[in-house]
Design a protein around this ligand. Structure first.
Ligand code: ZN
Length: 383
């Protein structure tokens, strides 16, 4: 199958982050196995989702993992001009469909080089690693990476994560975690505000603490000009509470995210926040013993990516890809997780992140061509 035919097939599986991906992963598994390559599925505990990995080439340490995710973001409420799950080619050189750039385009490129890969005599192996639930917090990658490291005696050295970067090599992304904070206060008539504990008033204090924390990091000079914005950010996006203006709210919830520069420590930020929460609890429990602040992670933190410009993966990328202009991105990706596991990682994939997650998402055919050329070069220099 050509890369466009492969992409068309992959786009036809409307698997959203959080949903079962067994349809698409089994199709990919069968496609790969038709080339005589053994694949390994890494299912979740409920057996409703699975990641896949496989190795092509010699059983020796080293080599490159090509990594992609099989889930996409929803299309609901978006104004699409074509059916999002039917890959549509227009005469502008672009292929339209959900996931065409984020990031089934890269997966299609990987699958398209299977004939070449399986015929080549590789010096070091090439691995495929395809995950699920990336779009809802890079949930599956840690288990997939661990599985790869335990399954094969030999250790892969590099990973190329094909998130859309217009084929620019990306050496850095911020870390991210998303939190829910629940405040449990006491209800009462608004006139009693000094003897009750308003969950809204306390939430406001916590939110302003987060803002002040972000500003203090900036004021302390914790900046990295490679990123936009060049600082870690803390932001509250949802707040729920209250029934009436004259009723003290006993419960409040707010959801927020922390996007952290490689040089900042999410752990330290969280521990400072927790200290402040403990302080507030101690003080307000004198007034209302059941006063509580509970913060939960929506998903485990995704670590930042900070690959050195001198890293061997950068040298490799320069050898196989004509774009040598190293960059960073604003989004978080599985690359930080591969790097944390000791695998030198870089992001480089077809299409632009500007098209991702939007209506009329597309990938330019020329981008796919460049990506296939990069992967072919990877095979060529390695055989
Ligand atoms: Zn993606």
């Amino acid at each position: 199958m050509t890369v466009a035919q492969l992409l068309s097939k992959l786009v036809s599986f409307s698997v959203l982050g959080g949903e079962s991906n067994l349809t698409i992963i089994h199709w990919i598994k069968e496609y790969i196995e038709a080339f005589g390559v053994e694949t390994v599925l890494v299912p979740n505990t409920e057996n409703t989702k699975a990641s896949l990995h496989c190795r092509i080439g010699p059983a020796i340490s080293g080599g490159v993992i090509l990594s992609g995710h099989t889930d996409v973001v929803p299309v609901k409420g978006q104004n699409w001009n074509t059916d999002p799950f039917v890959l549509t080619e227009k005469n502008d050189g672009k292929l339209y469909g959900r996931g065409s750039c984020d990031m089934k385009g890269f997966v299609a490129c990987c699958l398209s080089i299977l004939p070449l890969l399986t015929k080549a005599t590789l010096k070091t192996p090439i691995y495929f690693a395809f995950s699920y639930d990336e779009e809802i917090g890079c949930l599956a990658a840690p288990e997939l990476i661990e599985h790869i490291q335990n399954h094969y005696t030999e250790k892969p050295r590099f990973a190329i994560i094909g998130e859309p970067s217009l084929m620019q090599p990306i050496v850095g992304h911020k870390g991210i975690c998303v939190y829910d904070t629940y405040v449990n206060g006491s209800a009462g008539h608004s006139s009693g505000i000094l003897k009750e504990v308003s969950a809204i008033h306390e939430s406001a204090r916590l939110i302003l603490w987060l803002e002040a924390k972000m500003e203090s990091l900036i004021a302390a000079g914790s900046l990295d000009d490679r990123f936009t914005p060049p600082h870690s950010s803390l932001h509250v996006g949802i707040i729920n509470s209250g029934i009436l203006a004259n009723v003290i709210a006993d419960k409040a919830h707010f959801a927020w995210d922390a996007r952290v520069l490689p040089k900042d420590s999410l752990e330290n930020i969280m521990s400072d926040f927790q200290d402040y929460c403990n302080e507030r609890e101690k003080e307000l429990q004198l007034r209302y013993p059941d006063f509580k602040i509970i913060t939960k992670e929506q998903h485990p933190p995704v670590p930042a990516l900070d690959t050195s410009e001198k890293a061997s993966i950068v040298a490799l990328l320069k050898e196989i890809n004509p774009n040598h202009n190293l960059g960073t991105v604003a989004y978080a990706a599985e690359a930080g997780q591969f790097a944390e596991a000791g695998i030198e990682s870089i992001i480089c994939g077809p299409g632009s992140i500007d098209q991702a997650h939007r209506a009329n998402e597309f990938v330019a055919k020329n981008e796919l061509k460049k990506c296939v050329e990069m992967l072919e070069k990877l095979v060529f220099i390695n055989s």
